[in-house]
Design a binder for this molecule. Structure first.
Ligand code: EPZ
Length: 422
């Protein structure tokens, strides 16, 4: 298993290109199942999760080609579709559950493994199931698999979500495009990735209103065509790299970044003493004079502060002046980066869903372990400012969501290298 070694202390200067959004691409790819015509995605990120989704879709009978060094994904689902998504793929990546809605819409039946828990929480699928049952699906759990079927096809319905689940919104949105009649999703997730999926489905011929708001209305159509669609910029990768100059000084321009993708996050950075300026090419980020100030953060569904940037913000708060409180409201166990940061000399007290961080002057490099995707990158960020060396092990977690992290940070002056143990 690879590790990444970071030697702290260097200021960062230069440009970091931000890739296409992992969480948009993972929702866009299953849309190929809704049409017999080609669906091509541009600006795709080169990540292991994308490879996992490609393998899953191929196991269902789709053709998936990775072109231009992975930046283009050409898909076609014209042939017979296998409608069983196996546990051995689904357990590796929860987003595999996003084939449920499209399979039900296309074939009228699907057998999709429950993803099982993951490091950050139980992450059940009750909201997905309740919503699809409202559209006429019959779904039962057997041997760890959801067995779903519809007699006579899905029907449009009013679908209130008890929580603005991103995945449930995406599954229902895709299923509703081919349902008979009108579907209204209430309390829908408002993330930019939802808007991107709706834009792509509309190009394929779907009739969708209200994507990006809490109420999305979908008028079902008989069939969808193909499309070519560029994946939006990854707002979580963007926020992650915005924190790099904030943590160790300097100034970095994140190419492709737009303020609209990270408004709540940028406001918190500003309050902490980090300047964020929108330029024609992206977002220019620099630490203002003096030490970073401690601020409080509460994660919320978009447009609130993203849970996927909580671990990274904690790394910044570890050396801020004062005491900060980070409240995690989306997942029940998303502070696993805290014990690793403690090994680097941080002062963090976790009580339930709130982590209280008392800033210290400087962290000390140490061997630490990645536990989940965003926790792993928060340790890299902490290492950028720490004394001496930090070695982050189990970086396969990192490779799920960040392409070439050592190249991108190395290019702006970070002392960082990947250690492959043979
Ligand atoms: C998406 O996961 C993202 N993944 C996650 O990013 C992100 O953290 C999350 O949304 C929240 O923003 C992808 O888009 C591939 P949810 P998703 O359904 O759809 C509970 C990353 O780091 N819930 O909005 O699975 C659930 O347990 C990943 O890139 C139910 O209880 O998130 C969680 O506590 C991590 N029942 C909360 O809702 C359900 O049926 C939010 O889940 C569904 C969800």
């Amino acid at each position: 298993m690879d590790s990444i070694c970071v030697t702290g202390g260097a200021e960062l200067h230069g440009e970091i290109p931000i890739a296409g959004a992992k969480n948009a691409c993972l929702a866009l790819m299953p849309a190929t199942l809704l049409s017999e015509e080609p669906l091509t995605l541009m600006n795709a990120p080169r990540l292991s999760d994308i490879k996992t989704m490609s393998s899953l879709l191929q196991s269902l009978g789709s053709e998936v080609q990775s072109l231009q060094d992975g930046k283009v994904i050409a898909m076609s689902s014209s042939g017979p579709v296998n409608t069983t998504a196996d546990y051995d793929i689904v357990r590796k990546m929860r987003a595999s559950n996003l084939v449920l809605g499209p399979l039900l819409a296309r074939e009228g039946h699907a057998i999709v493994s429950l993803p099982g828990g993951c490091a950050i929480g139980a992450r059940p699928m009750d909201i997905h199931v309740t919503a699809l049952e409202a559209m006429g699906a019959e779904i039962e759990l057997k041997d760890g698999y959801l067995h779903a079927k519809t007699s006579g096809g899905l029907k449009g319905a009013k679908v209130p979500l008890r929580f603005a689940s991103v995945g449930a919104t995406e599954n229902v949105l895709m299923a509703a495009t081919l349902a008979k009649g009108t579907t209204v999703i209430e309390n829908a997730a408002r993330e930019p990735e939802i808007i991107d999926l709706a834009d792509c489905l509309t190009k394929m011929g779907a009739q969708i209103d209200g994507a990006g708001t809490s109420t999305i209305t979908i008028q079902g159509v008989d069939r969808l065509g193909g499309a070519t669609h560029p994946v939006i910029t990854d707002r979580i990768e963007l926020g992650t790299y915005m924190l790099a100059p904030a943590i160790c000084g300097g100034d970095v321009e994140c190419l492709g970044g737009r303020m609209s993708l990270v408004e709540a996050f940028a406001e918190k950075l500003d309050a902490a003493g980090v300047s964020v300026e929108e330029t024609p090419r992206g977002l220019k980020v620099a630490r203002k004079n003096g030490r970073i100030r401690a601020i409080d953060v509460k994660t919320e569904p978009f447009p609130g502060f993203p849970t996927d940037l909580q671990a990274q913000m904690m790394a910044l708060m570890c050396t801020a002046e004062g005491v900060s409180h980070l409240e995690e409201t989306i997942f029940e166990n998303r502070f696993m980066h805290a014990p690793e940061l403690l090994r680097m000399g941080a002062s963090i007290d976790v009580q339930g869903g709130i982590a209280t961080v008392t800033g210290v002057e400087r962290l000390k490099g140490a061997p630490v372990m990645a536990t989940d995707l965003r926790a792993s990158v928060s340790l890299i960020l902490a290492g950028l400012a720490a004394e001496d060396e930090t070695v982050v092990s189990r970086v396969y977690h990192l490779d799920r969501g960040y392409e070439h992290v050592e190249e991108k940070l190395g290019a702006v002056g970070a002392k960082i290298e990947r250690l492959s143990d043979r």
